[in-house]
Design a protein around this ligand. Structure first.
Ligand code: AMP
Ligand code: GLY
Length: 432
C-alpha cells in the first residue's frame, strides 16, 4: 500500500486527492496545503505552502510518502522535481509526478514553447518573439487585426490579450512590457496570429516515451455567459468535447502529442507528467494555443470524474517509465463542472460569506462538490477566495450531465454568489 501527497489547494487538487483516494493501492492521501473541502479525502497540512520545497521534502520523509503529485505550475516551473532529485528523495523511493525545470519551460516560457513547436513542425499560430517594446510596436503596425499579444512568462492564465484592433495591440504591449502588469513575466512577449475556431483541452499522461490522452474537455475562461468579459482561471468545463471527433483526436496524437514528447526527448529534456495541450480546432484541424505541464483546472474535475482507471497506477507508471503497460478507460456518458465564484471575481470581491446548502447538494446522486477556496469557522463553511466550488456532475449524455450539475448548483448559495449559466451549451450545439 502506498502513501500519496498532492501539492496544491484548489478544485483540481481536490479532484486529484478524491480520485487517488479511490485507489486500492493507496493507503493514505495527504495534501499540502489543501483546503477545508479536501479533508473529505485527504489529511491536509495547511502550514506547508506549495513553494516551500524544504518543508514539503521534510513532510515526504516524515510521512514516508511514495508518490508526490504536483497540482499547480509554479512549483514545477521553479524546479520542485529537480529539488527532489538533488536532495536524494527519488533515490530513497519518494517519487514525484511532474516535469523537470527544463521540461517545464514548455509552460513557463511561451517564447521557448513557440520556438520548440517551430523546430518540430507542430501546428500553432505564426508568431514573432520580442524583448523590445519599440520593435514590437513597429511590427504590429505592419500586421492586420485581430492579433494576439502574450506575456512570455507565467501570468495565471491572464497573460494573453486578444486584440481586435492594432491600437489595442499597441496598448497591450505597453501594459505588458512598459507598465509590467504581469511583472517580469512580461519582459518578453509573443505576438501571434489570431486563430479562429473552437477550443478544446487535452490532458495527456506521459512517462517521456508513451503518451496517453485522457478524455477530451473544454474550459470556459471568460467570466460571463457566451464567452464575454475578462478571462478567469476557468468558470466551468465539460468532457468529452464533441469538437474532438475521432479523426481530430488522431491528428492531435500524430501531429501534436507524439511530436511533442519525441521533440523534448531529442532535446534532452524528456517530459514526465501531465501534458495539457490547449488547442484551437478549425475545420477539423487542431493547432496548439498553449502548453501546460499539469492538470487543467477546472478540466481535471470532469476529466477525472470520467476516468475509469486507477489514477495512482497510471501516475506511478509515468514515474517508473511503464506507461506502455496501461490503456486509458473512460466511463460512458459525460461530465460537467460549474464553478461557483465570489461576485466581482476576477476583479475585486469579498470573502467570509457563509455557504449554505452543501448538505442538500450532497444528496443529489452523481454529483460531487470539489472545493477550491473555502474555510471552516465554527463548523460552518465560508468563502475564502475568488473561485469557491467546482460542482461536478455526470450523466449518460452531456445534456443529463449539465442538468444534474445545475440542480446541484441550485442547492448551494451565499451572498453575492456568481456562476455562469451556460456551461456545456457549446457541446449541446455540437452534438445536435
Ligand atoms: P493562453 O494564455 O495562451 O492559453 O491564452 C488564453 C486564451 O486566449 C486562450 O484560451 C484563447 O481563448 C485565447 N487565445 C490565445 N492565443 C490565441 C490565438 N493565437 N488565437 C485565438 N485565440 C487565442
Ligand atoms: N483551465 C485553464 C488552466 O488550467 O490553465
Amino acid at each position: 500500500m502506498s502513501r500519496v501527497l498532492v501539492i496544491g489547494s484548489g478544485g483540481r487538487e481536490h479532484a486529484l486527492a478524491w480520485k487517488l483516494k479511490q485507489s486500492k493501492s493507496v493507503e493514505e492521501v495527504f495534501c499540502a496545503p489543501g483546503n477545508c473541502g479536501i479533508v473529505d479525502c485527504a489529511i491536509t497540512i495547511p502550514d506547508i505552502k506549495v513553494d516551500d520545497f524544504k518543508g514539503l521534502a521534510n513532510l515526504v520523509r516524515t510521512f514516508e510518502i511514495d508518490l508526490t503529485v504536483v497540482g499547480p505550475e509554479v512549483p514545477l516551473v521553479n524546479g520542485i522535481v529537480d529539488y527532489w532529485l538533488d536532495k536524494g528523495l527519488i533515490k530513497e523511493g519518494h517519487f514525484i509526478f511532474g516535469p523537470s525545470k527544463k521540461a517545464a519551460r514548455l509552460e513557463g516560457s511561451k517564447t521557448y514553447a513557440k520556438r520548440f513547436m517551430q523546430r518540430h513542425g507542430i501546428p500553432t499560430a505564426n508568431f514573432r518573439n520580442f524583448s523590445d517594446p519599440c520593435r514590437a510596436i513597429s511590427y504590429i503596425k505592419k500586421q492586420e487585426a485581430p492579433i494576439v499579444v502574450k506575456a512570455s512568462g507565467l501570468a495565471q492564465g491572464k497573460g494573453a490579450i486578444v486584440c481586435h484592433t492594432l491600437d489595442d495591440a499597441v496598448r497591450a504591449v505597453d501594459q505588458i512590457m512598459v507598465k509590467k502588469v504581469f511583472g517580469d513575466s512580461g519582459n518578453k512577449i509573443v505576438i501571434e496570429e489570431f486563430m479562429p475556431g473552437e477550443e478544446a483541452s487535452i490532458l495527456a499522461l506521459t512517462d517521456g516515451t508513451t503518451i496517453l490522452p485522457l478524455v477530451s474537455s473544454q474550459d470556459h475562461k471568460p467570466i460571463y455567459n457566451n464567452e464575454k468579459g475578462p478571462n478567469t482561471g476557468g468558470m466551468g468545463a465539460y468532457a468529452p468535447a464533441p469538437i474532438v471527433t475521432k479523426s481530430v483526436m488522431k491528428k492531435i496524437k500524430e501531429q501534436i502529442l507524439i511530436p511533442t514528447i519525441q521533440g523534448m526527448r531529442q532535446e534532452g529534456s524528456p517530459l514526465i507528467g501531465c501534458l495539457y495541450a490547449g488547442l484551437m480546432i478549425d475545420n477539423g484541424q487542431p493547432r496548439v494555443v498553449e502548453y501546460n505541464l499539469r492538470f487543467g483546472d477546472p478540466e481535471a474535475q470532469p476529466v477525472l470524474t470520467l476516468l475509469e482507471n486507477d489514477l495512482f497506477l497510471l501516475l506511478n507508471a509515468c514515474v517508473n517509465g511503464k506507461l506502455h503497460e496501461h490503456k486509458i478507460m473512460n466511463k460512458q456518458g459525460a461530465a460537467c463542472c460549474v464553478v461557483m465564484a465570489s461576485g466581482g471575481y476576477p476583479g475585486k470581491y469579498e470573502t467570509d460569506k457563509i455557504i449554505s446548502g452543501l448538505d442538500e447538494a450532497a444528496k443529489i446522486p452523481n454529483t460531487y462538490v470539489f472545493h477550491a477556496a473555502t474555510k471552516i469557522e465554527n463548523e460552518i463553511f465560508i468563502t475564502n477566495g475568488g473561485r469557491i466550488l467546482g460542482v461536478t456532475g455526470t450523466g449518460s449524455n452531456i445534456e443529463e450531465a449539465i442538468n444534474t450539475t445545475y440542480s446541484c448548483v441550485s442547492k448551494i448559495s451565499w451572498q453575492d454568489e456568481y456562476h455562469r449559466t451556460d456551461i456545456g451549451q457549446k457541446a449541446l450545439r455540437n452534438t445536435q
